[in-house]
Design a protein around this ligand. Structure first.
Ligand SMILES: C[S@@+](CC[C@H](N)C(=O)[O-])C[C@H]1O[C@@H](n2cnc3c(N)ncnc32)[C@H](O)[C@@H]1O
Length: 280
């Protein structure tokens, strides 16, 4: 059955609202635009009156997936992060807007260096590493992850973007690759196991558990980073909502100086950074 663009949007939004999706109209726009091969903005200048039968059938498949609360980024197979469009699927965490602030802090911290040596710990889709390589063209970026599946996605994204990032399989609890690094950045798993059940279905039922829950990962990164950062090098970590003070205190305790906290766009303290004083 053919459908006008306006009807397809309305009906899709109604179904997604009934399924409990948080932003049904936005999701409907993204799904319809994807099927038509255009941007969301393009939908409103769309002169064609109807979706073809094939387009309706394709949309139906996407809507069914989204009704099951699969993250919209997985349904589309990609998402925007900083200036990049990255491939994402169930093997990796969907990069979040707050993580864009992590990248912003990193760029500010290495802006004075021509060829900063950067290590991204727990790279997932490669979002942080690739955005840094994209926005600081001299940066020499290495990224690690314990998950072979995640590294495969990061590799696809490195190829897709044409950006030079070295990708290594490594468990952060076994120590970090030898530096000296100018910057170590990480968005480690920081959800507590007892919090999982209270999360949105998109996160709880679809995103990789190992990307979400990682007891002690932040502390392990902060400890190991001290050993591989150059003196005066910086650690930047994303933290859970409500954990910034605790992580800042940890960094002080470990001997980092100039410890500071940056809020995300929603005003929540989200990024903690500190500078190494000596390599002991
Ligand atoms: C919160 S996700 C962050 C992904 C990506 N950096 C981002 O910001 O979108 C955490 C990542 O750490 C990885 N990870 C979890 N435990 C790890 C470990 N012990 N060693 C290395 N990587 C680990 C997961 O596979 C996942 O890709």
């Amino acid at each position: 059955m053919s459908d006008s663009v306006a009807d397809a949007l309305r009906r899709t939004a109604e179904r997604l609202e009934a399924a409990g999706c948080e932003s049904p109209r936005l999701d409907a726009e993204l799904l319809v635009a994807h099927v038509l091969g255009m941007t969301r903005a393009g939908l409103y200048g769309e002169s064609r009156l109807a979706l073809s039968d094939d387009e309706c059938a394709e949309l139906e498949q996407l809507v069914i997936r989204r009704e099951r609360r699969e993250p919209v980024a997985y349904v589309l197979g990609e998402c925007g992060f900083r200036r990049l469009t990255l491939t994402v699927d169930r093997r990796v965490l969907v990069p979040r807007p707050e993580t864009e602030i992590v990248v912003e802090r990193c760029l500010a911290l290495v802006s004075g260096l021509d060829e900063p040596r950067i290590l991204d710990v727990g790279t997932g889709s490669g979002a942080i590493a690739l955005a840094l390589a994209d926005e600081h063209r001299g940066a020499r970026v290495t990224a690690i992850d314990a998950s072979v599946d995640a590294l495969a996605v990061a590799r696809e994204n490195a190829e897709r973007t044409g950006l030079p990032v070295e990708l290594l399989r490594r468990d952060l609890f076994e120590g970090l690759p030898e530096g000296p690094w100018d910057l170590v950045v990480s968005n480690p798993p920081y959800v507590r196991p007892d919090e999982i059940e209270s999360l949105e279905p998109e996160v709880r039922d679809w995103e990789p558990r190992a990307a979400l829950v990682g007891k002690g990962a932040t502390e392990a990164v902060a400890r190991s980073a001290r050993e591989v950062l150059r003196v005066g090098g910086v650690l930047v970590v994303e933290v859970a909502d409500g954990s910034a003070a605790e992580v800042a205190a940890l960094l002080h305790e470990l001997g980092y100086r100039d410890v500071s906290v940056t809020p995300d766009l929603a005003g929540r303290d989200r990024v903690v950074e500190g500078v190494t004083t000596s390599a002991d």
